[in-house]
Design a protein around this ligand. Structure first.
Ligand code: COS
Length: 381
């Protein structure tokens, strides 16, 4: 059920105020300390942000996709590390349970994910399974009413804070591809699970990724998500949706950078005039705006299609491909418009330039999106 217009406007404005008043002033500190302050995490809890995509009967805000991407565009107006705090609970960590969970699984997990009491994390990627997600080697071998999980997951967002993992593991090692994979809810407290040290990254300091190591971790069969062998499909459908959310964040970051560039172009003088009066600067601003606007329209169109019950595999791939490449170009032009000031840390532009690089990689690289788009085109009647 969609929110009425007034409630929706109020929600967006509340999130906008939170981002501007609480997050933006802390951007540099979060980056330096590689940590989002507890007060901001608590603020996000208070606003219900952990549960925006979780149905209201389980304590979430139950936003539809269009509403969710509008919120994500607001969250994108600051360093992406802030969004990452709630990102896995809203997206890839929780949606397997929302879409494929049994009533008992939903009742047990969704209220805790919606409130932010438990952090969800999505464990698909492995050292040898990145773009080739169907080649996962982590095994979950049935033993009575449990599965015994062994192996290592890599680059797992929020693993170090996770209370549960949505895990994709191979239940049938005789099947090499997608068919042998199943999905599970795995409580992080299960004996035999440990996490590695958070990786040092190019950007998005404050958001953490690490290995998750499973050593004979026994997971109750009752926590399998969907049927055996359906785990790859679970992962792909979760990612279809996640790609739209990430695209919305890209739009938000681009819009923030455009504002910064416009303000700078109005102030900064060279050759006796504001640089915004030079047509070569204007051209860069115009290209940024045109592309960000196109991406905004794509995100909203794809979100509406999903809300109408359509399959959006191709649209999500088109949108993720375009929006993540777009924000890369916008960030690059922002550094150019700011010149030397764009390259030094004080203005924060170089930080965004580094932060946005991962958008072209995670939740499917640009090249994977191209493959998904082309395959779907060639399959169409
Ligand atoms: N929705 C539902 N089902 C899907 C699907 C989707 N979006 N995409 C694929 N499937 C199904 C297919 O229909 C197929 O099912 P059948 O065997 O019953 O026909 C099965 O899954 C295997 O699909 P496919 O043959 O296309 O698998 P591939 O190994 O060729 O891989 C890509 C497909 C490349 C698209 C996939 O591996 C991918 O998205 N990789 C990127 C992973 C990623 O985003 N990693 C980021 C980590 S999470 S931050």
């Amino acid at each position: 059920m969609a929110l009425d217009l007034e409630t929706r406007t109020q929600l967006i404005e509340t999130v906008r105020r939170f981002v501007q008043e609480e997050c933006v002033p802390q951007e540099a500190k979060v980056s330096e300390e590689d940590r989002v302050p507890d007060s901001i995490v608590q603020g996000m809890r208070d606003l219900g942000l952990f549960g925006i995509s979780i149905p209201t009967e389980y304590g979430g805000l139950g936003l539809n996709m269009e509403e969710e991407v509008l919120v994500a565009m607001e969250l994108g107006q600051t360093s992406p590390a802030f969004r990452s705090v709630i990102g896995t609970n809203v997206g890839i960590g929780s949606q397997g349970v929302v879409m494929f969970g049994s009533d008992a699984q939903k009742e047990e997990w969704l209220p805790k994910l919606a409130s932010g009491e438990v952090i969800a994390s999505f464990a698909l990627t492995e050292p040898g399974a990145g773009s080739d997600a169907a080649s996962v080697k982590v095994t979950a071998i049935r033993d009575g009413d449990h599965y015994v999980v062994n192996g290592t997951k890599r680059f797992i967002t929020n693993a170090n804070r996770a209370g549960m993992f949505t895990l994709m593991a191979r239940t049938d090692p005789s099947k090499k591809g997608a068919g042998g994979i199943s999905a599970f809810i795995v409580p992080a407290s299960t004996p035999g699970i440990s996490t590695g040290k958070p990786e040092k990254k190019m950007g998005q300091q404050g958001a953490h990724i690490s290995d998750v190591i499973f050593e004979n971790a026994r997971v109750p069969a009752a926590l399998r998500l969907g049927a055996e062998g359906q785990g790859f499909r679970v992962a792909m459908q979760v990612l279809d949706r996640g790609r739209l959310h990430i695209s919305a964040v890209c739009v938000g970051v681009a819009e923030r950078l455009i504002r910064e560039c416009v303000n700078y172009a109005r102030e900064r003088e060279q050759f006796g005039q504001k640089i915004g009066e030079f047509q070569l600067i204007q051209a860069m601003l115009a290209d940024c705006k045109t592309e960000a606007y196109a991406a905004r329209c794509m995100v909203l169109d794809a979100a509406k299609k999903r809300d109408a019950g359509e399959s959006i595999t191709m649209e999500a791939a088109c949108t993720k491909y375009f929006a993540s490449e777009m924000v890369g170009r916008v960030a690059d032009r922002a550094v150019q418009i700011f010149g030397g000031a764009g390259y030094v840390a004080d203005y924060g532009i170089e930080r965004f330039y580094r932060d946005v690089r991962i958008f072209r990689i995670y939740e499917g690289t640009s090249q994977i999106q191209q493959i998904v788009i082309a395959r779907n085109l060639l399959r169409e009647d």
